[in-house]
Design a protein around this ligand. Sequence first.
Ligand SMILES: [Fe+2]
Ligand SMILES: [Fe+2]
Length: 269
Amino acid sequence: VKRLLFIGDIVGEVGLAHLEAVLPHLKATLRPDFIVANAENLALTGSQTRTGCGMTPELVARLFGAGVDLVTGGNHSWDGPASARVHEEARVLRPLNYGTAAPGRGAAIVDREGFQLGVINLVGRSTLPLADDPLAVIEVQLAGWSEVDAVLVDFHSESVTEKLALAYALAGRVTAVLGTHTHVPTTDLRLLPGGTAYVSDVGMTGPSGGIQGYAPEPFVQALRTRLPSDQPVSFATGPIEFGAVYVDVKGRFATAIARVEAPPPSRGT
Ligand SMILES: [Fe+2]
Ligand SMILES: [Fe+2]
C-alpha cells in the first residue's frame, strides 16, 4: 500500500512557512510515499489579482527542500516575471491541456523504490476558456503511460460539475482526481466506481480571514466598478488554513481518501 499526500493551493510565503513547520510532523505520522502540492499562489508577483500570483524559483526550491516531490499549478502558472524560470524545473507542472507553446510541462512521473506515480495537472475551461479539452488531452497522456503504476490528477477548475464529469469519465482508470482552484475545502471525499478517489476541492494552505487567502478590498472594488482594481493585491491576515488530503493506493487504485486534520504549527511550540 502506498500513500499519496496532496496539499491544496499554497497561498503566500506564510502558507509555505506553515507547510514547512507542519511537514516533519505529517511525514512522521502519516508516512506518505509521495507528496504533491499545488503552488500557483505561492508568490505575490504583481499588483493585479488575475496576474499577480504564481511562483518564484526561490520559493519553489523551499517546497522541494521540505520534501515535496512535485508541484502543480493552474490559471496562475504563468504569472510573474520569473515564471519561465520556474518552468525550467522539471518537478514543476502546469496544466497539460494548455497547448504546447506556453512554457512548462503538464505531466511527470515520480519513481519511489520502483513504484511509479504519474501526476497530471489539468485546468477546466470554466477557469481558462482557451484551454484544450481536458478529457481528450488526458486520454492521450494515459495511452502513453502503460508503465505507470498509479495516476494522480490535479484538476484545477471553478466548476464542480466539470470536476465530477471528468472524474466519472476517468473512474476506474486513474487513482485520484483531486480538485483545486476554489481554495474552499469541500466535504465530498469519496471513492468512485473502480477505485478512483475524488474530492471537489482540496482547499488552500494559506491565510484565512479574507477572499481565498487575500485581503478583500481589491476584489470588492472590482465587483463594484466592474473594472480592474487599482488597489494592490495583498494577503489576508487570519490564521493559516491547512487544506490537504491523503489517498491510500493498492495496486493502481485508491482504497481510501481522507482529509489531513490541521496539525499544530510545529513540534514543540
Ligand atoms: Fe489557487
Ligand atoms: Fe487557480
